[in-house]
Every structure is written in structure tokens, then in C-alpha cells.
Design a protein around this ligand. Structure first.
Ligand SMILES: Nc1nc2c(ncn2[C@@H]2O[C@H](COP(=O)(O)OP(=O)(O)OP(=O)(O)O)[C@@H](O)[C@H]2O)c(=O)[nH]1
Ligand SMILES: [Mg+2]
Ligand SMILES: [Zn+2]
Length: 309
């Protein structure tokens, strides 16, 4: 029987079959995914085959079907192993707040570049629009102009007041979505708003630096409606690519990538090279300075082992 893994707890996996039944499953024997050294063989979002055991009590996962994509973090155990956070993501949604708490563009751009590296389509959801004064709103509109030009779809919502929620609903319909964003931006509030039966825990923002603390401490897939799931991630700490080469970083900034076709050097890194079309575009304000600074910051990380030169 084929099913979808919607929850994991230790070695037990909750699988929803195509017929809509729920079964708790365990992994059969010494089961490994080829070419991947990960601490978990099965992750939420995996499509699996399951089989009933002869005692008719438990179900075994006998096979993990090919993944269209998956996201990883480094395992906590200091080894080189990876931990698969989720698989088969149709859409990554980054929730951003201009204020309460403030989301920095460098954080947004790193997330977008990472999603590009994983080949996951991405959109931006600007939350808490009910709170913004004139200055915040002006900044918000500038951000939307910037990101829509790249282009990343942008939506404005208020999870609290319900504004923009129907647009979110049609955006996510029929998809497995990853919902990410800084702590306190309102991810759990949005999930609860989309499906009030869920009522995942929402927390107050701590006063400390107006940054919020992590209320949601594990990943889970919430069924918003039939065939529509949201994975509410606890912040996105630890969500990074483990394999971004300096020469590749530009590939994950679509506007930089497009422009780089006109750079003199094929392997131009758009820093000091002569006849660089990207540097020229920045001078002429066709590529945003803030995106370029984010690009540089990822490249500069190559030194600390997070990304490789
Ligand atoms: N004014 C306003 N407050 C909101 C909105 N959405 C969420 N909040 C509040 O922001 C705070 C944090 O919301 P959560 O939904 O817990 O945030 P989260 O992103 O899930 O946070 P973590 O689980 O820590 O990652 C709560 O006090 C919410 O009531 C909104 O649209 N407007
Ligand atoms: Mg939460
Ligand atoms: Zn260049």
C-alpha cells in the first residue's frame, strides 16, 4: 500500500494511505537509502510503501519512493551525517515581518538561495500587516517590489485579523508546503487560522530584543485540507545547504544568474573581475544592493566551513 509520512516520533512513523487510513509504521530491518548517509531513513513528506506484518498488529515501511527533493540539516551528533527534515516539498513559504520582530533581508536572501539550491519553489508571506505604521508599510512595499521583480510571489497577510488568508489558501491548495521564518513572526498563528481544528501552540514574543523565542520545538506536518499540508518549522535554525560552492552561489540568485551571462569571465564571482555585468547592473540599480550584500555574505562564509570554496 502506498502512503504519505505525516508525522515521525523516534522510530515510529504515522502514514496516511492513499485510501485515507492512518497507520503507525516501523521501518523494516536494516533499511537504508542509497547514496545518503542520514540519521533518519524516513522523513515527513516521504511517500512510502507499507505492508502489514503477519501478526496483523504492526505495519512495516518496506520502501521509500523517489523523492522530488529533500531538505537536511547537520545531525546533532557532530558526525558528518545529515538529518532529513522533510521531503517532497512543493512550496517553501518564508514568513517575513517588517517589524515585531524585524526580519533582515540577509536572512530572507539566504533562505531563498537555499531553497533555490534545493530546487524548491519559494514565496514570501509578509505577516502582521495590521501592526504597521506608515514607515513600516512603505518599507514593506519596497521589499515587495524588489522580490516580485526577481520574481518571487509575495502575499500580505494578517494571521491575527484574517486578512489575505483566502489568497494563502488558494496558493497552497494540493501542495506540501514548508513554512519557515524567524521565531515570533506568526507561523503557528497562520496554521491555526487556516485550520482552526489544529490549534498548534502560539507563544507571546519575549521582550528580549523583540526577537521572540522558539515556541514550536519540533517539525510536524499539519493537514490544512485534503491533500494540503503545511510543515511548521521551529524557526529555521540549522536549515542550510551543506554543499554550496563559491562559484555556485550566484546560481541561486536568479537575477544575478541571468545577468552573469554577460560577464566577461565564465567563472566571474562578481567581486573584482573586470567587465562584470553584475557589478554594472548594481551601479545602474538594476540589481539591488541588499541582494548583492547577501550574496557576498554567503560567499564570505566559505571560510568557516559552512560553504566550500
Ligand atoms: N498583531 C499581530 N500579531 C500576530 C499576527 N500573527 C501572529 N501574531 C502574534 O505573534 C506572536 C507569535 O506568533 P506565533 O504564531 O507563535 O509565531 P511562530 O512564528 O509560530 O513562532 P515560533 O513557533 O517561535 O517559531 C503571538 O503573540 C501571535 O498572537 C498578526 O498577523 N498580527
Ligand atoms: Mg510556532
Ligand atoms: Zn560578474
Amino acid at each position: 500500500m502506498e502512503g504519505l509520512v505525516i508525522k515521525t516520533a523516534g522510530n515510529v512513523f504515522l502514514v496516511k494511505t492513499l485510501a485515507g487510513d492512518l497507520h503507525e509504521c516501523v521501518v523494516k530491518g536494516n533499511f537504508r537509502i542509497k547514496d545518503l548517509s542520514s540519521t533518519n531513513p524516513v522523513a515527513i513528506g516521504d511517500r512510502v510503501l507499507i505492508e502489514k506484518t503477519s501478526d496483523e498488529q504492526t505495519y512495516f515501511i518496506t520502501e521509500v519512493l523517489d523523492r522530488s527533493n529533500f531538505i537536511v540539516r547537520k545531525a546533532a551528533n557532530l558526525s558528518k551525517q545529515l538529518h532529513i527534515l522533510a521531503a517532497n516539498i512543493d512550496l517553501a513559504i518564508l514568513m517575513v515581518t517588517v517589524n515585531h520582530p524585524q526580519t533582515h533581508t540577509i536572512f530572507v536572501d539566504r533562505f531563498l538561495a537555499t531553497a533555490e539550491a534545493y530546487r524548491i519553489p519559494c514565496c514570501l508571506l509578509f505577516n502582521k500587516i495590521d501592526l504597521y505604521g506608515a514607515e513600516d508599510s512603505e518599507y514593506l512595499e519596497a521589499l515587495i517590489r524588489l522580490y516580485e521583480s526577481i520574481p518571487y510571489p509575495c502575499l500580505k497577510v494578517s494571521a491575527l485579523k484574517g486578512e489575505g488568508i483566502e489568497e494563502v489558501r488558494s496558493l497552497i491548495r494540493g501542495k506540501i508546503c514548508l513554512l519557515a521564518g524567524n521565531s515570533g513572526v506568526g507561523k503557528s498563528s497562520l496554521v491555526n487560522r487556516l485550520n482552526p481544528a489544529i490549534q498548534t501552540k502560539v507563544g507571546p514574543i519575549s521582550d528580549y530584543h523583540n526577537r521572540g523565542r522558539h515556541v514550536t520545538s519540533y517539525s510536524e506536518m499539519f493537514e490544512i485540507e485534503e491533500d494540503t499540508y503545511i510543515i511548521d518549522t521551529p524557526g529555521i535554525k540549522g536549515f542550510h545547504t551543506v554543499d554550496m560552492h563559491v562559484a555556485e552561489v550566484g546560481h541561486f540568485f536568479p537575477e544575478i544568474f541571468r545577468t552573469s551571462a554577460r560577464c566577461y569571465y565564465n567563472d566571474c564571482t562578481h567581486r573584482h573581475e573586470p567587465d562584470c555585468a553584475v557589478l554594472k547592473a548594481i551601479e545602474e540599480h538594476r540589481i539591488s544592493q541588499s541582494r548583492y550584500l547577501s550574496y557576498l555574505s554567503i560567499i564570505e562564509d566559505a571560510g568557516d566551513g559552512k560553504y566550500r570554496e
